[in-house]
Design a protein around this ligand. Structure first.
Ligand code: LLP
Length: 432
């Protein structure tokens, strides 16, 4: 089953993306190959921007979570789309800066920012630093005092909301390494500490409850809890907090079974709750930030592989061996993440062949998908994995010294490289 309007099948029975024949893309760029439809990325940005416009009167900004897929070109696209950017490391920050992304629209995340990273953030003047813990706050204060600067911060709060997703990607509950918990008073204590801290300006509060969430309820609950927190610390410590960052986490369709809600609808539901709460206590609506990542880049991407061998192990299973693997998509190994897999050059044939798709790493767990059913497949065919635009390239690695694949953007019938294929020499560039 093909998922997404940007995908199609042409007369030759080849899968197309953004009007481009995937078999032609493979001829031009080789495999493994990441392909992303830029139009889908831009449309998703607009969808979030429009929803913020509609439900918050434009008093807000979606920040693209760059950990999802980060390179200079996507930062340029985000700049053109007038999005903000969430970065979670010095590397993501410097990529954005090098791409000419305006520092004032960058929010700096991370649960253990180093002094060097904080120095970079202050040097470039990022819009907000989202402080995760008290040691980080101390480090930041030291820098600000030494440089006679003021840092504009948000506090990262764990609202105590459990979202129904894989436990590795849940972050809102008390037992999480991210942020200050509400239940045990940590969050209130952090606010009290900030109130006494010089050179730090508390602009707002932040939460992110997890990723690949389909249900609007946990988002609504988190918004309500965060609003209550704002109200309380405004009263207790004399803040006038005017910003609320509700994080990302909106689920996408990886398989036919996935049924994510329309994102605009989720934003509407949360906005209704916040409007009601604001009216009750006559507080102006805070500026609302959201941080979608997967929902922007995920559906836009596919990964193409060449089949090198098919092993039919009688009464056990069939393995399709492709020229990539957990190096370029670790999500099955890590989360047993479901994906839709097809044979791109036979996309019009029925899916009747049961197989597991394995990579080339020296690791039995190097599987991209188990027990898939796809078109009949032989060496030389092209296997495609759908919806790989999020957390695939960004989590790729060089185990066994396999070079990382390139990333190609397609846009209305044209294609361009945005990340080059790594060479063997690239792999050795830091070796002495
Ligand atoms: N904001 C913060 C603070 C985050 O930590 C994240 C994701 C996001 C926004 C974006 O969330 P999204 O809209 O993409 O769900 N590697 C995992 C996902 C980890 C998510 C980490 N934080 C995966 O492959 O599923």
């Amino acid at each position: 089953m093909i998922i997404g309007e940007h995908l199609g099948v042409n007369e030759q029975g080849h899968l197309t993306i953004g009007g481009m024949d995937t078999v032609e893309l493979v001829k031009n760029y080789g495999t493994p190959l990441y392909v992303m439809d830029e139009t889908v990325i831009r449309n998703n940005c607009r969808l979030f921007k429009d929803a913020i416009g509609k439900y918050y009167g434009g008093n807000g900004l979606p920040l693209y979570a760059s950990k999802t897929f980060c390179c200079k070109e996507i930062c340029r696209v985000m700049k053109q789309e007038k999005m903000g950017l969430d970065v979670s490391s010095g590397g993501e920050l410097m990529t954005a800066i090098e791409a000419g992304f305006p520092a004032g629209d960058i929010f700096f995340h991370g649960n253990n920012k180093t002094r060097d990273e904080l120095l970079l953030a202050m040097e470039y003047g990022v819009g907000r630093i989202v402080v995760d813990n008290l040691s980080e706050l101390e480090r930041l204060e030291d820098i600000c005092i030494a440089q006679n600067k003021t840092a504009n911060i948000m506090l990262r709060i764990k609202p105590g909301v459990e979202a129904h997703t894989h436990e590795f990607i849940q972050t809102g509950q008390i037992d999480s390494k991210f942020g200050f918990a509400l239940e045990n008073g940590e969050a209130d204590f952090a606010a009290k500490t900030v109130a006494k801290t010089g050179n730090i300006n508390l602009c707002g509060v932040h939460c992110h409850i997890g990723s690949q969430i389909f249900d609007a309820e946990p988002f609504k609950l988190a918004a309500k809890i965060m609003f209550g927190f704002i109200e309380r610390i405004n009263k207790s410590y004399g803040f006038t907090i005017s910003e609320l960052n509700l994080g990302g986490g909106f689920g996408i369709k990886y398989t036919q079974q996935d049924n994510p809600p329309a994102y605009g609808d989720y934003i509407r539901q949360v906005s209704e709750i916040l409007h009601t709460l604001c009216d009750e206590i006559a507080l102006p609506m805070p500026k609302i930030y959201i941080e979608p990542g997967r929902s922007i880049a995920g559906p836009a991407g596919i990964t193409l592989y060449t089949v090198g061998a098919v092993k039919e192990i009688k009464d056990v299973r069939n393995y399709i061996l492709v020229d990539g693997g957990m190096n370029d998509n670790i999500r099955y190994a890590l989360y047993k993440a479901p994906y839709t897999v097809l044979v791109a050059n036979k996309a019009n044939e029925p899916c009747t062949y049961p197989a597991s798709i394995a990579g080339r790493c020296c690791e039995s767990g190097d599987l991209i998908q188990e027990n898939a059913t796809l078109q009949n497949c032989k060496p030389g065919d092209i296997v495609v994995v759908l919806a790989t635009g999020a957390y695939n390239y960004s989590m790729s690695m060089n185990y066994n010294r396999f070079p990382r694949p390139p990333v190609v953007f397609v846009n209305n019938g044209s294609a361009r490289i945005v990340v080059k294929r790594e060479s063997y020499m690239d792999l050795m560039k830091n070796d002495v």
